[in-house]
Design a protein around this ligand. Sequence first.
Ligand code: ATP
Ligand code: MG
Length: 279
Amino acid sequence: MTTTAPEHLLRADGVTVRFGGLTALDDVGLRVEPGSVVGLIGPNGAGKTTFFNVLSGVLRPTSGTISWKGAPPPGRKTHHLAKAGIARTFQGLNLFPMMPVIWNVMVGADRLARGGSFSLISGLGRHHRDEKELEERAMAALVRFGIAEYATRLPGTLPYGVQKQVALARACVGEPELLLLDEPASGLSGQQMDNLAEQIRGFSKDMAVVLVEHHMDLVMNVCDHIVVLNFGKVISSGTPAEVQADPAVTQAYLGTPANEEPADGRPVTVDPGQNGAAR
Ligand SMILES: Nc1ncnc2c1ncn2[C@@H]1O[C@H](COP(=O)(O)OP(=O)(O)OP(=O)(O)O)[C@@H](O)[C@H]1O
Ligand SMILES: [Mg+2]
């Protein structure tokens, strides 16, 4: 009998991305294990969004490889990723403004149904039973996320925090194995952020999470492992405690040696007591 090493859910090796003369990512690697929460942090312009786009398959790296369960990524389109069990949220929500909340979430449940998203949007080619099942799944997700009362409302008529929950419900309703979250805390109040931290910890029972986020206290609170980027390179990685204790990280955020004032005087720190550290 042969034993094989446990497979990484998602793995990036030697990822380099160049935009013309600018190297946005330089030989970046990442491992995501099932059920883990991995944070991706770094100062403005560090390459986080670029790496997120590579991980979520929408940007092809100049060199390097991404593998999903030991195989090449399933494709570039959201529905390819969804079918393979990868869901993402967008910084700008990306909800369908003319569809009620329940429909928005039904689109996310679609990988579990027989028709495609097109049949949901167009109403063509879908059996009534499938649609009923999708609706039930979506409704159950709305209940789980505490937003069932908004099911028939259009997203634009709801407070921003509720819209964020709709976007999360849409990403989670398809029961992904990997959830990619792009700045999920942006625009949230302190109370909403505490709620989000609890949700993310809850998610990791069922799925792995990769989190790009500027709010340090959230990142330090929920992540098992953190990768710190600066100028496109990994400058530190480890547990929240290890990363926080790494002088290279403090220096990267301050842009100056740790004992000097940051140039603009803003409260940039990786102390978990501070909020919104990198902005
Ligand atoms: N499409 C593009 N074309 C050219 N340069 C780009 C492009 N996208 C990003 N860059 C550059 O690549 C670098 C990394 O950008 P990226 O958006 O990944 O950083 P980030 O860590 O997400 O920053 P922020 O915290 O401000 O969101 C920056 O110098 C940015 O200007
Ligand atoms: Mg970014």
